[in-house]
Write a protein that binds this ligand. Structure first.
Ligand code: CP3
Length: 327
């Protein structure tokens, strides 16, 4: 590539007026099951911002809905689970995901790869810990207290829960890769709530299982979480080719923590996009400078695009990174 590649987490389906218009009156989960809508929403940011990759429009809870769990995505809130999973009996509801449960994903990706041409499509899934946190809490949580109570109080049940989620996540990623996704990202958004030893003991085995399950396809595997400065090394070791970094750790320091042989993705603070243009450019130069000679840097935000971000600021940012890194 003649410049550093750029894409944005949550680039699809956020602030774009053309997205909001398309989604009018259609619930989030329903839109994820309609290949025509998925295709259009996935393409919108590629057309508008000229990003170097598309991310498949879906949500981390889609495979859980697909196996029959009673959950919904409430606007402005996030995923809400009707009957949380907290006991051994509850585990029975977490049945394996069959590719036929998500035929709409295969269909949408088939349509997308035709439209995208050379532009890669990134598939994704929620990592076992982050999915477990929604299932155990019953919805979004600041402190993950019930999740941690289960993890520390009933470690065997916890391990079984994460193992089942690892299988569901693996199956969901395989469907996307077999349909044509050219890279995958595992979102462990909330795992930064854990100390490294707890991550290693209670979470890493399940994430390792996910990465191993897709290793043979040879597609790049990205691993991302928020507030994971102390976990970056372990998240790489879990089996990632690329480690996503939030804005709290500069990329040169992240490279030391992750070690050789893995690329980095990140890490402009998404809130910087609300500052004046000169400030955005200054902070972006700092990210690019900090990425320095690290091979294979992928420019991204340190977390998802915030809902009220000015779309034009994103378009300008893509162009700025392309120009600054042109070789
Ligand atoms: O990146 C993309 O643009 C692709 C689409 C995508 C969505 N969710 C669409 C969505 C992706 C990659 C996700 C991942 C996701 N979902 C994560 C991991 C990424 C992260 O931000 O850390 C998490 C934790 C979720 C769970 C979830 N779903 C949350 C916290 C919310 C947000 C509540 C809100 O209103 O912001 C959702 C809803 C959601 N997922 C929306 C979209 C477009 C908004 C739906 C709506 O109400 O219209």
């Amino acid at each position: 590539m003649p410049h550093t590649p750029v894409w944005f987490m949550r680039q699809a389906g956020r602030s774009l007026p053309e997205y909001l218009k398309l989604r009018e009156g259609i619930p989030m989960l329903e839109s994820c099951m309609r290949p025509d809508l998925v295709t259009e929403i996935t393409l919108q940011p590629v057309r508008r911002h000229k990003v170097d990759a598309a991310i498949y429009f879906s949500d981390i809870v889609v495979p859980l809905k697909a196996i029959g769990l009673d959950l919904d995505i409430k606007p402005g809130v996030g995923p809400v689970v009707e009957q949380p999973i907290r006991s051994r009996e509850d585990l029975q509801r977490l049945r394996p995901l069959d590719p036929d449960d998500v035929k709409y994903v295969t269909e949408a990706i088939g349509m997308l790869t035709g439209e995208l041409g050379e532009t890669p499509l990134i598939g994704f899934a929620g990592a076992p810990f982050t999915l477990a946190s929604y299932l155990v809490e019953g919805g979004p949580s600041r402190n993950h207290e019930r999740t941690k109570a289960l993890m520390y109080g009933e470690p065997e049940l916890w391990a079984e829960l994460l193992d089942r989620l690892a299988d569901i996540t693996s199956a969901f990623l395989k469907v996307q890769i077999e349909a044509g996704a050219s890279a995958v990202q595992l979102f462990d958004s909330w795992v930064g709530a854990l100390a490294p030893e707890d991550y290693r003991r209670h979470v890493m085995p399940a994430s390792v299982k996910v990465f191993r399950s897709v290793a043979d396809y040879g597609v790049p595997r990205i691993h991302f979480g928020v507030g994971t400065g102390e976990l970056l090394g372990l998240m790489g070791e879990a089996g990632a080719d690329v480690v996503g970094v939030d804005w709290r750790v500069p990329l040169d320091e992240a490279a030391r923590r992750v070690g050789p042989g893995r690329a980095l993705q990140g890490n402009l603070d998404p809130a910087v996009l609300f500052a004046p243009r000169e400030a955005i450019e200054k902070k972006t130069r700092e990210v690019l400078y900090s990425a320095g000679a690290a091979p294979g840097h992928i420019f991204n935000l340190g977390h998802g695009v915030l809902p009220t971000t000015d779309p034009d600021a994103l378009t300008r940012l893509v162009d700025f990174v392309h120009t600054e890194t042109a070789r």
